[in-house]
Every structure is written in structure tokens, then in C-alpha cells.
Design a protein around this ligand. Structure first.
Ligand SMILES: [Zn+2]
Ligand SMILES: [Zn+2]
Length: 244
């Protein structure tokens, strides 16, 4: 399994970093985790967009969904041109109004997923966990050939994430906040909490994502490093994580 960071900013894109979008590839299958603002233009660098097989949405806030409407246009145009025959499957929480928008004529179809349920998406076995975040959010664990990646999506502290992420090969964890904001913003983690989660879950590698628009990402790294002594890095666009 290979994961390429397409975008990792929180809230809105910066000039050189889209908001959330992560490309998972294995056995010729390509799936995006979230599809935020400026993801589509950056994704052009890494694959032929009309060959994308699936998208999972952690939740429907704009910084995780903003480009899916134009992606639906792309799928329509490329299908009508004869370059694509299959429907693009879009996975997310089924009990939210935005879910209805995931079905677009014959070109894309909505697929509901939920905490505690397992879904096989191409070569990936996927599990989900409800997270505390305004309007709700799902973490996803993706397993292929014995390797696993957990993406938290947006979340406040959740004890259940410790078990959910236990022993995974890569934890892609939101770290929206510097430690000094702990307890001041609902539904997001500090970098220190991301480190604590990684340590308690015994993950093999921690990658921080969903960054704030002020301060230095290096400070997020050092705050997480104070809690987690394993392999730790910042998920920036173009960075590739191979989980062989
Ligand atoms: Zn977000
Ligand atoms: Zn959010």
C-alpha cells in the first residue's frame, strides 16, 4: 500500500498546500481519503484523474469535500468521451444531507459507511470509528496485505481511537492545534495529543496533518515528539509513504 499526500492544510488551502486529500494506491486501485479545496489540481501531478476508483469522506466540512463537485464534472466529461466506463464510488456518512450530493446521475454513486461496520473497497479492508467533531466525523482504518493505515479525519480526543489505531503501521493524525490551545477548541487535537495517541496506540509511524494557518509546523512536530518517540514526520504534499 502506498499513500501520497495531496494536501494537508486545515480549514482552507495555502498557496502550496491544498486542504485535506490523501491518495491510497494498491494493486492498481486508487482511493482518495477526503477531497478538499485545491486537491483536484494537485492530484493531476500524481495520476490520471479519470482512473480514480473511490473516495472516502471522513466528514462533509468544506475543507474535506470542496473539490468533489468539479471531480464529478471530470468523471462525466471523461465518461462521455469514452475514457471511463465505471461509476465512481463515493463513501461517507449516510445520515447527513451532503450524502445525497454524492450521487451524480450515472457518473458517481453514494455509498454509506458507518462506525463499527466493515467495507471492502477494492483491495482495501476498511473499518470506521465515530469521532467527536461538530456534525460528526469518521476515522478510517485501511488494511491491505497485513499493513494498516489509520486516518483520524477531524477529531477531538477520543479514547476509542487508541484501540482503533492500535499497532497500525501509519497513523495519519490531525494536529490542528498547538499545545497552548488544549481544551480551547472543540473537535480538534493538539500536536501533543496526537503524540499521546500514537504512543498509547503503539503505532509504528506517526504523520501529522491538518495544520493551522499560523505558527510553525516544526513546533507541532516538537510538541508531538515530546510525547511519541517513534518515527514521526509532517505530512506535506508530494510525500510518499510506502507500507510494503
Ligand atoms: Zn477539517
Ligand atoms: Zn471538520
Amino acid at each position: 500500500m502506498k499513500m501520497t499526500v495531496i494536501g494537508s492544510m486545515g480549514a482552507y488551502p495555502s498557496p502550496d498546500n491544498p486542504s485535506s486529500g490523501y491518495l491510497l494506491q494498491h494493486d492498481g486501485f486508487s482511493m482518495m481519503l477526503d477531497f478538499g479545496s485545491a486537491v483536484l489540481i494537485n492530484l493531476h501531478k500524481y495520476m490520471a484523474l479519470h482512473t480514480l476508483d473511490a473516495v472516502f469522506f471522513s466528514h462533509y466540512h468544506h475543507d474535506h469535500t470542496a473539490d468533489i463537485g468539479v471531480m464529478q464534472h471530470l468523471i462525466k466529461v471523461q465518461t462521455d468521451l469514452g475514457n471511463r466506463v465505471s461509476v465512481l464510488s463515493l463513501y461517507g456518512q449516510g445520515d447527513k444531507p451532503f450524502f445525497e450530493k454524492l450521487t451524480y446521475h450515472k457518473y458517481t454513486e453514494s455509498r454509506a459507511v458507518a462506525s463499527g461496520k466493515q467495507e471492502v473497497i477494492g483491495p482495501f479492508i476498511c473499518e470506521f470509528l465515530d469521532n467527536p467533531h461538530p456534525d460528526g466525523s469518521l476515522a478510517i482504518k485501511v488494511t491491505a496485505e497485513g499493513r494498516s493505515l489509520v486516518y483520524t479525519g477531524d477529531t477531538g480526543w477520543n479514547d476509542e481511537l487508541v484501540f482503533f489505531a492500535s499497532g497500525c503501521d501509519l497513523l495519519l493524525c490531525e494536529s490542528s492545534l498547538f499545545n497552548r490551545f488544549k481544551g480551547m477548541v472543540d473537535g480538534h487535537l493538539t500536536a501533543g495529543e496526537a503524540g499521546i495517541l500514537a504512543r498509547k496506540a503503539g503505532v509504528k509511524q506517526l504523520a501529522l496533518c491538518h495544520f493551522p494557518h499560523f505558527g510553525k509546523v516544526e513546533d507541532l512536530l516538537s510538541e508531538a515528539a515530546a510525547e511519541y518517540k517513534g518515527i514521526l514526520n509532517i505530512a506535506l504534499p508530494g510525500q510518499v509513504y510506502n507500507l510494503p
